[in-house]
Design a protein around this ligand. Sequence first.
Ligand SMILES: [Zn+2]
Length: 66
Amino acid sequence: MRCSICNEIIIEGNRCNNFYDCVENWEEQNGIRRGTWMIEWMNRVNRRSAKRNESNFVKWSRNVQG
Ligand SMILES: [Zn+2]
């Protein structure tokens, strides 16, 4: 079974248990430096002048983070 986000092999469910590992796997696969998401996510939270071009991944990460 593989994670629906980062495609890593997982034991159960359809996503990694560890959200942070999952996102960083995803970043690595997309040529992004690991950890970039957190900086961008915090920036997005801090200044709520969000641009309206969200990827599915961004929507998903927001759902997970609440
Ligand atoms: Zn994953």
